[in-house]
Design a protein around this ligand. Structure first.
Ligand SMILES: *[C@@H]1O[C@H](CO)[C@@H](O)[C@H](O)[C@H]1NC(C)=O
Length: 276
């Protein structure tokens, strides 16, 4: 019985991508399918998807068929991170000029060569510092390009830089590897001008715990996407790390969640002052 099922499995071998087959090409193709699905408003264009897909939108369990992918959105900027170690992707999407502006961040995790979990954050007008025009303007001027192999940081160094930044919200004694220059794009607000004097060590709120972190790491571009709970809010922090130091920070924070008004008020008062 056992031998027979093994035999049956092995005869399907070429169709099933194992972890070893989780190549950048495969991840890119699937993440590109996500963009195609989003542009068409047709979730069926996202493939391959597992029958056991778990879909979360703004940290609430939902149906992919009725989620954001069922809305056709004009994509004006997008960027993928591809994590072949975990078999996962992160995609940032900006749509500034359509009837509804959006900034969307999506983590996808794969099992047996198919998308088995999608975690997506959808922000629009009313979300924290939201300004898709600003996001589009600044995000498309930044360089998140491939880092030469000999200059790349390890996954551990990249994640440690992100964690240090996230920890400083609750512990000011943490040493953060600030890069200079460094720029933060939060909602649609930029902490700098895109020039050599931009700094990230400005205006970080205190007394907030950033918990339940889920990482997608792409060493080839020094990028780490972290989905987390920012107090009560669904949040994405993404970092570009160069030579162990922070170069860019992008945040997406959902305020428009249902039934969470108390948490929202608390966090809003803590975040009342944008960084300067
Ligand atoms: C949004 O960002 C753009 C580009 O940076 C800026 O010109 C505009 O004033 C911003 N809008 C708001 C409402 O802040």
């Amino acid at each position: 019985m056992y031998a027979r099922s093994l035999l049956a499995l092995s005869s399907f071998g070429p169709l099933l991508a194992s972890a070893a087959d989780c190549t950048r090409e495969f991840l890119k193709e699937t993440a590109d399918n996500l963009l195609a699905a989003q542009e068409a408003g047709d979730p069926s264009l996202l493939k391959p998807v597992s029958d056991a897909l778990v879909y979360h939108q703004n940290f609430a369990e939902a149906k992919v068929e009725s989620g954001i992918l069922s809305t056709a959105i004009k994509i004006e900027h997008s960027r993928h991170s591809l994590d072949t170690t975990q078999c996962a992707t992160y995609t940032e999407i900006v749509s500034a000029t359509g009837p509804t502006p959006y900034v969307i961040g999506t983590q996808m995790f794969f099992t047996d060569g198919a998308v088995s979990k999608i975690d997506t954050l959808v922000t629009t007008t009313g979300d924290w510092l939201f300004n898709a025009t600003g996001t589009l303007y600044w995000a498309s001027r930044e360089d998140w390009g491939t880092i030469p192999e000999e200059e790349r940081d390890s996954r551990e160094v990249i994640q440690a830089a992100a964690d240090a930044y996230l920890d400083i919200f609750s512990d000011k004694s943490v040493v953060v590897p600030w890069g200079y220059p460094c720029s933060r794009l939060e909602g649609g607000m930029y902490t700098g001008t895109g020039g050599p004097d931009d700094k990230c060590d400005v205006g970080i709120p205190s007394g907030v715990s950033l918990t339940n972190r889920r990482y997608v790491i792409d060493e080839t571009v020094g990028a780490v996407s972290v989905f987390l709970s920012f107090a009560a809010l669904p949040d994405s922090h993404e970092f570009r790390v160069e030579k162990g130091k922070l170069r860019y920070v992008h945040t997406i924070t959902v305020m428009n969640t249902q039934g969470k008004s108390r948490g929202r008020r608390n966090v809003r008062s803590r975040l009342a002052q944008p960084p300067q």
